[in-house]
Design a protein around this ligand. Sequence first.
Ligand SMILES: *[C@@H]1O[C@H](CO)[C@@H](O)[C@H](O)[C@H]1NC(C)=O
Ligand SMILES: *[C@@H]1O[C@H](CO)[C@@H](O)[C@H](O)[C@H]1NC(C)=O
Ligand SMILES: *[C@@H]1O[C@H](CO)[C@@H](O)[C@H](O)[C@H]1NC(C)=O
Length: 503
Amino acid sequence: MGTAPRAIARSPSYILPSIIGLCSLSIFFLIYKVNYFATQTKSVAGHNLEPTPWHLFPPKTFNHEMLPTRAYKLLQCSYLACRHSNTNNGNESEQVPRRSASSSGAKPPECPAFFRWIHHDLEPWARSKISPAHLEEAKRYAAFRVVIAQGKLYVDLYYACVQSRAMFTIWGLLQLLKRYPGRVPDVDFMFDCMDKPSVNRTEHASMPLPLFRYCTNEDHFDIPFPDWSFWGWPELNIDPWNEQFQDIKHGSQETTWRKKELLAYWKGNPDVGSRVRTELLNCNDSKTYRAQILRQNWDDEARAGYEQSKLSKQCSYRYKIYAEGYAWSVSLKYIISCGSLALVITPQYEDFFSRGLIPQVHYWPISPNAICSSIKSAVDWGHGHQAEAQAIGKRGQDFMENLNMDRVYDYMFHLITEYSKLQDFKPVPPASAMEVCRESLLCLADDKKQKQFLERTTAYPSPISPCTLQPADSNLIRRWRKEKEDTVQAVEDMSILNGLPMP
Ligand SMILES: *[C@@H]1O[C@H](CO)[C@@H](O)[C@H](O)[C@H]1NC(C)=O
Ligand SMILES: *[C@@H]1O[C@H](CO)[C@@H](O)[C@H](O)[C@H]1NC(C)=O
Ligand SMILES: *[C@@H]1O[C@H](CO)[C@@H](O)[C@H](O)[C@H]1NC(C)=O
């Protein structure tokens, strides 16, 4: 009896420190575990991912955040954010427009003609179909894999993408799901976010690999998909496409055609490993070539608040030059949007919409083999054919205006839908894939700017169905290619002729 009180009295004296000791030990252990887990968690912002080995760039750093903060944020964004979001996808009030539209029978428009390239791009798998083995092979060239299953989006991340490309591309896919709720089919595809197409048609002739990216060309199987800049490019302060287009159009109207400067203008970064951009520097002579070529220094622009790089302020020239970068360049759409006569140095790569642009209809082709003299010859032609030059500029601008975000989503919708018809398996997210949702991306968007750009491009359910896709017609595509080549050749011949008697 007598010992009991002592035992009771004594027990806290050693149990308490042990509990405290154990607690702190397990807290340390927990922190260690959480940190360890966080270092294993990949994110669309690029956490714990190496740059693509086929196109290296400086690895991403997240130094501005303290390590524990970053770890907890990463875990919260990746594992918890989507838990609470799923009800959002079923927001009843948001789904109303779709239902009422289908019952009201609002007729969707026909898709732009260039949407037919979707059939062309998927033709290699028309017979073989797309199997899991195709994806497994394509994975060797991919930065990430996208699986859509029952309206949810999953990504399996392999490599980091430069800047916020991955984040904005995946955001675009989420908005597509939101725009057409319940209509985007289950799908499984590989995506590479770097510039150059990689699935060579000759080398992969026996087994074409399906790989989405931002551009392609005749020599590659790569499937073009709208690039991230349609949702904005925060690193360069380039607004989401719908806002940016309006801004450029207004800017272009500030100077009438007559008052526009009689020069061919280009401003950009020439140091991107592009032959045409390097050669373009030699044309910087307003007397001999009627061209003004300016170097864009993005660091300086950033410091100056991007005032000098505003795209809407670059429409006061009558001629605007387009030069490809390392591969295709996102600048094409901004240049054509000016309504000036676009002088397009014949590109090697095409993105999903540029195939719809027709030389002498929407732009003037410039020979990549004689850039400066072709520019001069084009400007001379423009001086002699004012009305025609202005009309080409206007048609180009109208083309870009018609390529609004509704059409961009429709292109994504049709491409994904046609692709999904070729899958010979049922898409299931792999174990290593993670669900992504609006909340998780907003959570990962690390600076105010990224987040703001994402929020500004939130899509809402469409009141009408996607535009109607025209059937496949490979003869038509062949004819388009041929006509384009012939026109480009004809203009080249003409400019050589005109160039000969140069004083
Ligand atoms: C549902 O959609 C409506 C209309 O877009 C929006 O105002 C509302 O905030 C949404 N509700 C939720 C819970 O997201
Ligand atoms: C594609 O591969 C073939 C055969 O290896 C090669 O000759 C050709 O240059 C490659 N094309 C490109 C665009 O890399
Ligand atoms: C082109 O010439 C202008 C005027 O002579 C000059 O200010 C500009 O720096 C030159 N551009 C390049 C890329 O050197």
